[in-house]
Design a protein around this ligand. Structure first.
Ligand code: SF4
Length: 358
């Protein structure tokens, strides 16, 4: 299953008429547009976006079917249709995005993205221009994978599902990937109520091998109770202890962010009317190709991924929903401080990141 697991929200569905950037911004944007090369070969390291994390993040929920059937998963859907096209067609899409926004971060999620037709070739093509992060259950043959997929510019975020894999076998797979050059590996586990007594030992096992371990609060119904609201005080303390005990600063930051999100009251997540950089620095691509500004159900549609006129917002736009369901929203003035921890990406071997004013 995908790593978000937020789901279940109803957006306001307000239709957006498109961004209206202030005049000064339009002039600056024009200068930037002129500087963005329109032939890939002419690309010079340049960060065309002005807001942190400067690199656009695309969250691509490429398909909802999954080869696992985890009982707590609210995402996988075997019957769901999804957009299938060949690698040469996808190349046109991602080259166009490269020309508009430079080297971006493309995060694959699902369902299980690695079962998408010709997935390895698709990843290889995208890595020519962009960096990649794959949220996967690691059910693929890692020995085969390392022979075919470049290890630079890519992060592998393994989702450990205890109904299907033993933690030690899962860890072994991640270490094979790391030993072959994939330096950005991590693991995550959904804090399903029946797993809580195992979490401490599993986290310690992964951290002993310096593998980033993320604990995702369960978002769904267990024994008639809706989580994460239904975690007891003791369970919240146990999850909080995982943050305190972690030796890994990035793990602490990510897990604290997840828990703060799970513990937040609806009013704490009401950013309606506040400018948010989602839609400018981030977009979610649904499995049918629809692109929305963020993961909250029903928010503004930006277009379709194959549309040659698809564009992102040119600046932050007001949030239009009552209670944000994103665990790391980009509300202006509220996210910048932690941006380098929460919005990391691999370095691209050809198009490295550069400070905006360097
Ligand atoms: S605050 Fe940002 S991320 Fe959250 S719902 Fe609004 S637009 Fe989406």
């Amino acid at each position: 299953m995908g790593s978000c697991g937020t789901g279940g929200c109803s957006g306001c569905g307000t239709k957006h008429d498109g961004p209206q950037a202030p005049e000064g911004d339009m002039i600056a944007r024009g200068e930037l547009d002129a500087a963005i090369p329109h032939e890939k070969q002419e690309y010079r390291p340049l960060l065309p976006r002005r807001a942190p994390p400067y690199k656009v993040h695309w969250n691509w929920e490429i398909m909802l079917p999954c080869n696992y059937r985890c009982s707590y998963c609210v995402v996988h859907n075997e019957a769901a249709q999804y957009l299938i096209q060949g690698v040469s067609e996808w190349r046109k899409v991602w080259e166009r995005i490269f020309k508009l926004y430079g080297c971006c971060q493309v995060r694959f999620a699902g369902g299980e993205p690695t079962i998408y037709p010709h997935f390895i070739d698709l990843v290889g093509m995208i890595l020519e221009m962009h960096t990649v992060d794959i949220t996967t259950n690691l059910s693929f043959d890692v020995e085969e994978w390392i022979k075919k997929v470049p290890s630079q510019g890519i992060a592998i975020s393994g989702s450990l599902h205890l109904e299907h894999q033993k933690p030690e076998d899962f860890l072994k797979k991640l270490l094979i990937l790391r030993n072959k050059g994939n330096q950005l590996i991590s693991a995550s586990l959904v804090a399903y109520p029946t797993y809580l007594d195992r979490i401490d030992a599993i986290r310690a096992m992964f951290e002993k091998e310096q593998v980033l371990f993320k604990i995702i609060p369960f978002n769904g119904v267990y024994q008639g109770k809706r989580y994460p609201g239904a975690y007891t005080d003791d369970e919240r303390i146990l999850l909080g202890m995982q943050v305190q005990r972690s030796q890994d600063e990035l793990g602490k930051t990510l897990n604290k962010q997840w828990q703060d999100y799970a513990n937040a009251k609806p009013n704490d997540k009401n950013f309606m009317g506040m400018p948010c950089h989602m839609g400018e620095m981030y977009a979610k691509i649904y499995s049918d190709g629809t692109v929305r500004r963020c993961c909250h159900t029903g928010v503004d549609i930006l277009g379709h991924i194959t549309d040659p006129n698809l564009k992102l917002f040119e600046g932050p736009e007001p949030c239009t929903v009552m209670s944000c369901s994103c665990w790391k929203p980009m509300v202006a003035g509220k996210y910048e401080e932690k941006v380098h921890m929460l919005w990391q990406s691999a370095n691209h071997p050809v198009y490295p990141e550069k400070a905006p004013n360097a």
